[in-house]
Design a protein around this ligand. Structure first.
Ligand code: NOJ
Length: 545
């Protein structure tokens, strides 16, 4: 069966990530919303993406920008209403765009009805079993139950007050205090999430992106451990029992006439063999490949990430995925313009100087590489405009819990979440309608005048036109998307590979221009090609036969 067959769309799709707070503001309150997304679906269809993944849009107090979900079956009023979400899915489908919703199963919000009931009911109540409540250590229970640290910084435990107002038990939160971890040992948690999946699949969602997919199951012993030398199995990451959860989710996804796709955020950088177990044929369809995202701008690093990524996926028959940026990482224009171009979550290097012209040249080349690789590819909103990381957001305006929980030591992720510039010469750059009552929720840099959609649309040589051309060509080229890749002989520091018999992609990461291999035609190039020479930090797609 062709990888382009409708029920295998996820094997080849180009998927656009919408961060709803920052995409487009329909009602003028300074925060993006569903009305804004609906109004710009034409832009996405024109861009040529196959699917859209929308970050959480559910009812939430927004302790972590919506990754703290109070009600998985309701849309937050900040974003709109459930009927609007249904219309959005319908409108997207009418334009041939699939919709992926974000499911957050590891934790919910402290405003979720279960958690509120658990607090009210007090110690010993059955509803507390839906979470990880424990008495504290120390004489009066004043110390956290163990030494686990929150991924955002600080302890992974917060002490509660009993209904009588006295200090009570502690609860576990691997992320912010407003994100209590759910207890996946409890059948009620499992049943409820299966129902949530059906809720969204019944409303037409074509797939789900699963947040923090490897963290759900905890060792109930909740013992101390040394994070530098964790035991095996790990007390909360990648425990065997989590696979049973995804097997049951897969049965649900497969029960639909057009099977729904399960896409895991499985961040296990040290354990590729564990990562791929999530992609066995009765579990998830695909998972984000963060190795490629973290690659420094060097040939050996990319070559290894590509080879390893493909080899890793082959035994389970799952397609690889490729991604350069998302709402948690420093935008790649900024990363690629630095002296040190690596990225990992623990190595953010915020504030390191960046040559944005260099980063932009490399980002242009990188998208031709991304979209030529075998499998599916993700595009994070704004990268098609060449947006850079906004690093000078005033501290008092920063919202990310990562910033606040580290006492500002880690500047966090706000810099890649700044609202999109659509048009005009000054903020809000068309993000909010004329007459908006509030400024964009994060300030946009004045320099974005030159980055708006309106400015780039139809402008030969703009980043937006490069993305549009590449996405349209990718759709038409039968050998792109899922399928084999064959490396071609190339000069040092040049990546050159064929897809099928008539298509090649060449990326020049060397310090000098290089001659393109024999070709019939240049289909697309990230920089002008003169006399068959490809410039440094440029890429080209070639018709070779
Ligand atoms: C991963 C999400 O991508 C990130 O934005 C969020 O903060 C954490 N999971 C917690 O839900």
């Amino acid at each position: 069966m062709s990888s382009r067959a409708p029920d295998r769309w996820w094997r080849s799709a180009a998927i656009y990530q919408i961060y709803p707070r920052s995409f487009a503001d329909g009602n003028g309150d300074g925060v993006g919303d569903l009305a804004g997304i609906r109004a710009h679906l034409g832009f996405l269809a024109d861009l040529g993406v196959d699917a859209v993944w929308v970050n959480p849009w559910y009812a939430s107090p927004m302790a972590d920008a919506g990754y703290d979900v109070a009600d998985y079956r309701a849309i937050d009023p900040l974003f709109g209403t459930l009927p609007e979400a249904e219309l959005l899915i319908r409108d997207a489908h009418d334009l041939g765009i699939r919709i992926i919703v974000d499911i957050v199963p590891n934790h919910c919000s402290d405003a979720h009805v279960w958690f509120k009931e658990a607090l009210q009911a007090g110690p010993g109540a059955a509803v507390r079993e839906l979470f990880w409540f424990r008495p504290g250590r120390g004489e009066r229970g004043e110390l956290p139950p163990n030494n686990w640290r929150s991924i955002f910084g600080g302890p992974a435990w917060t002490r509660t007050k009993n209904p009588d107002g006295l200090p009570g038990e502690w609860y576990l939160h691997l992320f912010a205090p407003g994100q209590p971890d759910l207890n996946w040992e409890n059948p009620k948690v499992r049943e409820d999430f299966e129902d949530v999946l059906r809720f969204w699949f019944d409303r037409g969602a074509d797939g789900v992106r699963i947040d923090s997919a490897a963290l759900l199951v905890k060792d109930p012993a909740l013992a101390d451990f040394d994070p530098a030398d964790p035991p095996h199995p790990h007390p909360f990451a990648d425990r065997d029992e989590v696979h049973e959860v995804y097997r049951s989710w897969r049965r649900i996804a497969d029960s639909y006439p057009e099977p729904r796709a399960l896409i895991g955020e499985v961040w296990l950088p040290e354990a590729p063999e564990s990562f791929v177990r999530y992609l066995r044929s009765d579990e998830l369809h695909t998972a984000f490949n963060f190795d490629f995202l973290g690659c420094p701008w060097t040939t050996p690093a990319f070559r290894k990430a590509i080879d390893d990524g493909i080899a890793l996926h082959a035994p389970v028959g799952a397609p690889a995925t490729w991604v350069l940026s998302n709402h948690d990482v420093i935008r790649h224009v900024t990363r690629y313009g630095r002296a040190d171009t690596r990225f990992s979550l623990g190595y953010r290097q915020l504030g390191a100087p960046s040559d944005l012209a260099l980063g932009t040249r490399r980002a242009r080349a990188a998208v031709l590489l991304l979209l030529a690789l075998p499998g599916s590819a993700y595009i994070y909103q704004g990268e098609e405009l060449g947006l850079f990381e906004v690093e000078d957001i005033p501290r008092e305006l920063r919202q990310d819990p990562m910033f606040h929980q580290t006492g500002g030591e880690n500047l966090g992720r706000d810099g890649c979440r700044v609202p999109m510039p659509w048009s005009g010469e000054a903020p809000p750059f068309g993000f909010s309608p004329a007459g908006a009552t509030a400024p964009p929720w994060l300030p946009q840099p004045a320099a974005w005048t030159a980055y708006t959609v309106a400015r780039q649309q139809g402008e030969p040589g703009s980043m937006l036109e490069l993305y549009r051309s590449a996405l349209r060509l990718r759709r038409r080229e039968p050998d792109l998307g899922d399928g084999p890749l064959r490396w071609l002989t190339a000069a040092a520091d040049v990546l050159s590979f064929a897809r099928g018999d008539a298509f090649a992609c060449v990326v020049n990461l060397s310090r000098t221009e290089v001659a393109l291999p024999p070709h019939r035609k240049i289909i697309l190039a990230s920089a002008p090609v003169t006399n068959g020479m490809l410039a440094t930090d440029a890429a080209a797609w070639l018709r070779t036969a």
